[in-house]
Design a binder for this molecule. Sequence first.
Ligand SMILES: [Zn+2]
Length: 482
Amino acid sequence: MISPIKADRFYTYTQAPSSCGFRASSGLAGTTAPQPLTVSNTGDTFESSVKQTEKKGLSKGAKWAVGIGTALVGLVTAGILVSKHQAGKLKKLYDENIVFQNLAEKIDFKEAKTVEEGIKFAKEVLKVGEVDKDFTLDAINFANKGLVEVSNANKGRLFIPKKLWYRDMGDKTLAGVVQDIESPYFGHLMVNKKFFEHETLNEKLNILLGIGKQKAAAESASKAAVKAPEEFKFVCNLDEKSINVIKKYKQSPDSLTIAEKRELWANLSNAGRIQENLLDLAPFTTLKNNLSLFEQNGIQVDFDDFAKLITKKQSEKLKELFTQLQEKLGHQPEIDIPYLSPTETIHHEMGHLQDFAKNLKELDIKRWKIPSFKDAYNNVKAGKKDTSGVEFVDNRWKGLTYKGFKELFEKNPKKFQKKYPDLYEFLTNQETQQTAGKVSWYAQTSIGEFIAEVYGKMVRGEKIADDVMALYKKYNGPMLGG
Ligand SMILES: [Zn+2]
């Protein structure tokens, strides 16, 4: 069946794969050497491809109308009428489509035994309007479990997806939600069926575990890099369950269920992500938190000098320091990787939906608000920022992984700044970037992804650093409990 939704705004991977060694004492043969690990994404927001010619036509009119200062009073008045009409239409759409549910405060999740039972649970207990009939048992149980976790974290008060889809979304996206209020799919949640197939999962796991072709490639790459000093890596201590499943997978990939493979994949990805956060994305905090460790081992660190470096240089310096530490200790330093459920994908997407519920309407309507001559004059006089030309919605939800954004950011930063001022600030402020980097590389790519990633952590009850929470609040991120 052809999917009615074409997702054309998926992000691409531009991130270099990070790697992680696994603990040797866990009884895993041949895993003492660092294993290549690619970092995976957790989902994204996208637009449906439904044509919106009317909207586009009006949008042009509004942009022209925003450019006031011309003496064409009659035309400006027409523009204001058009914008009033459009703002009213949008208001109505938001009021109709963003509906909070009051579910039970605490829902007990029990795996359904049949697909029908799972669909019934989604509709009756979780109040999802519609559920795709194509769901497999694994997939509907996964979606329901994730939704129950988010609902319980909110004590049952939250914006629930209107429909659950189960579709092929390619091999780079786990799930998605539709952001455009004028799309018939607004507020729907899509789960990618590709990630419930053995073929896809084996492929991903083989890469993460360095099995097969990837292993050969990694070996030849490491041979080629003989002269270059090996980059510092931690030994990642995974939870016991994951370690046992890796063992089982290495003996026989066919012996694992879809659910087991998904769980393992989530945890291996998480290991790569955590290592990357510590070494590459938020090196300043890592050094700060480990200063005494270096000092106790006789390694001198000039903290003030370190603070002045750009992130990339901080990261290089930090790896040097850890390499020295490794020499002193006589073994690779280790980090513990806490267990992560694959339902984190649902937590992330639900973070987008709650964020939409809280902030989308106001931002979307803002683009139709045209200041009167008097207001415009007063704004200029008061030295207020000119917000004409600001893409309010994209400024918040889109980012470097969206089509065309990275290119514009690199080629024409001035224009980028004018269109997306908050996003520009978010992307270029080193402190902000390192704060977001404590969460993940994906959280660094846009304000919306930062919000969704942090929301997921809140749902899981994970500890959130003070500066991360402060940034989340600055952007008016949705709090638990509606
Ligand atoms: Zn996302």
